[in-house]
Design a protein around this ligand. Structure first.
Ligand code: GDP
Length: 305
C-alpha cells in the first residue's frame, strides 16, 4: 500500500551506497529521489517541501557527527545511507504522530463517537468495523445509530452489518437524524451501552446543509470523538476533504479507508500536517476485521524497510 514511497527511499539509499559521509551534495541527490516518490505517492506539495526541508536540516547536522566519528578513529562504521534513512524515519514518524489516544472515553456515561464523511467513502462499513473493534479490543458494549437518512439504503446496510456482528442498531423510521441521535443517547443510558457510534449522513460533496446537520448533531450529543472517514483512493482530495470537515467540526481523527487498493498512500503522510487532525485508524479491506489502529512507527518501518 505504500510501494511508491518505499521505492523512492530505496533509491535514495542506493544513491548513498558505499559512502561513509553525508555532505550537502549527496544529501541533495538523495533528497531528489525522495521528492519524486513523495509526489508520485500523492503527498501534498506543501508537505513534500516541509518534509524535505526538515530532513535536509537534520542531515546537515549529522555531517559533523559522521565526520567526527571517522576522524577520531572510532571503529563504529556509519554508512551515509543508514544515517539518512534513520533521519527520514524519525521525520516520517514526527509528521504522523498524534497526541492522545485514538479514542477518548468518557469518564462518566456512554462515550460518543460521531462518524462523518462523503458518500462512498466507506463510512457505514467503517462504523460497523469500529464497533466490532471496540467489542473485540476494548470489551465495550456499543450501540450503533443509523442516522444517515440521506442514502436510502444506508440504514438497512448498517442493520445487516450490525446483525452479522451481533451489535444492536438504533433507528426510528421517519424521524430526523438529529432526533434519532438524541433518542439514541437516552436508549444507551437506559440500556447500559457504554459507547454510541453515530453513522451520520454523507453527501457527494461538502455543502452547507450537510455541515449544518452535522454541526447540530455535534452540539446536541457532544461526542468525545468525531472521526472523518476518507477514501484514500481519492488521492490529494483526501486532504482537501479532511480540511473542509475539520474547519467546521474539529475532528478528533481521520480514518483512511481502502488502503488495500491501489491508493498511493500519500494522504497518510499529509493529513495531519495540513489539517491538524491525525489519522487514527485505517481500513484495509471490506471485511469487519480489516480495520487497524494507525501506527506511524509501523508505517515508517514499512516504507523504509
Ligand atoms: P458510505 O457511503 O460512505 O457509507 O460507504 P460504504 O460503507 O457503503 O462503503 C462503500 C464501499 O466501499 C463498499 O463496497 C465497502 O465495502 C467498501 N469499503 C469500505 N471500506 C473499505 C476498505 O477499507 N477497503 C476496501 N477494499 N473496500 C472498502
Amino acid at each position: 500500500m505504500f510501494d511508491a514511497l518505499a521505492n523512492g527511499f530505496r533509491q535514495a539509499k542506493n544513491r548513498l551506497a558505499g559512502l561513509t559521509e553525508l555532505n550537502e551534495q549527496n544529501i541533495d541527490t538523495a533528497l531528489r529521489e525522495v521528492r519524486l516518490s513523495l509526489l508520485e505517492a500523492d503527498v501534498e506539495l506543501g508537505v513534500v517541501k516541509a518534509f524535505l526541508a526538515r530532513v535536509k536540516e537534520k542531515a546537515l547536522g549529522e555531517v559533523v557527527r559522521v565526520k567526527t566519528k571517522s576522524a577520531d578513529g572510532s571503529t563504529v562504521k556509519v554508512s551515509a545511507g543508514d544515517q539518512f534513512i534513520k533521519i527520514c524515519h524519525d521525520e516520517l514518524v514526527a509528521f504522523m504522530t498524534a497526541e492522545g489516544p485514538a479514542i477518548t472515553f468518557a469518564e462518566k456515561g456512554p462515550t460518543g463517537i460521531m462518524m462523518v464523511g462523503l458518500q462512498g467513502s466507506g463510512k457505514t462499513t467503517t462504523t460497523s468495523k469500529l464497533a466490532h473493534y471496540l467489542t473485540r479490543e476494548e470489551k465495550k458494549k456499543p450501540l450503533l445509530v443509523a442516522a444517515d437518512m440521506q442514502r436510502p439504503a444506508a440504514v438497512e446496510q448498517l442493520q445487516v452489518l450490525g446483525r452479522s456482528l451481533k451489535i444492536p442498531v438504533f433507528n426510528i423510521p421517519g424521524e430526523t437524524p438529529l432526533e434519532i441521535c438524541k433518542k439514541a443517547r437516552e436508549e444507551a443510558r437506559a440500556k447500559g451501552y457504554d459507547v454510541i457510534i453515530y453513522d451520520t449522513a454523507g453527501r457527494l460533496a461538502i455543502d452547507a446543509p450537510l455541515m449544518d446537520e452535522l454541526g447540530a448533531i455535534k452540539d446536541a450529543v457532544k461526542p468525545e470523538n468525531i472521526f472523518l472517514v476518507v477514501d484514500s483512493m481519492i488521492g490529494q482530495d483526501a486532504v482537501k476533504v479532511s480540511k473542509g470537515f475539520h474547519d467546521r467540526l474539529e475532528l478528533t481523527g481521520v480514518v483512511l479507508t481502502k488502503l488495500d487498493g491501489d491508493a498511493r498512500g500519500g494522504a497518510a503522510l499529509s493529513v495531519k500536517e495540513v489539517t491538524g487532525a491525525p489519522v487514527r485508524f485505517i481500513g484495509v479491506g471490506e471485511g469487519a476485521d480489516k480495520f487497524e489502529e494507525f501506527r506511524p512507527e509501523g508505517m515508517a518501518s514499512r516504507v523504509l524497510g
